[in-house]
Design a protein around this ligand. Sequence first.
Ligand code: SIN
Length: 275
Amino acid sequence: MQITPLSGALGAEITGVDLANLDAATGAAIKDAFHEHLVLVFPDQDVPPAAQVSFTELFGPVEPHPLKTRATVDGFPHVLIIENKPGKPGAPNDYWHSDISHAEMPPAVSVLHALKIPGDGRGDTMFCNMVKAFDGLSETLRDTLTGMRALHSGQATYKRSLGHSDARRINPDEVKPPRAHPVVRTHPETGRAALFVNPHFTISLEDMTAEESKPVLDVLYAAATKHENIYRHKWRVGDVLMWDNRAAMHYACYDYDDTMPRKLHRTTAGGDVPV
Ligand code: SIN
């Protein structure tokens, strides 16, 4: 197994492994690399849905999307289909976010397997490192944020479901009230502190108005998404890419239209209550 870092911020490419046939030692080595790099890319993988579920299970219990917004693979209710095709533009994910951060136990790990990719360099996905973002703040701001909480809401997913044909229309009653999580969370496996707010699901700091919260949150988002803190992935068919929602945000570039087919299978490993 060879590990090649992909940027100074986060991400590594792993070659010399077959994710559909992993032994325990290789699985453990992948976990170590994942904790170090937060985003791993495995090129040229042949991973049928059952194998993708088994691989994802190494990182936690495989979960469906709580709002069931996407179609799933026949016979595999936990494998979501992210698809853009003629007449059916895919619901965009062109916003920085950590998956489903409004859940009580937001997912730990997400895994995508690329099946169709627009051929001309479109449809990249970007990732940023929330550990480095936190470490780069002044000590005073780090101390101020530690112990604060922010409110996360699923309203954004509901609103998106109104406008896009590949996403199931959500009933507003299915969206739970906003949930508070620590602004700075401790990674359950590495013990590292990371910012845990995102511009898509975080609506305010706890006990502050949205207006009062905005300048603080904007400072954190600017620190998280500065160019040096980003890895931008250019997809190839066969790539399997996984990221750590506890320590990274991601943004899917929406620079394609429905004439440019794009299809990925997504699985998610469950996480803990952030502390
Ligand atoms: C996602 O945000 O889960 C999907 C990312 C992508 O489509 O590249």
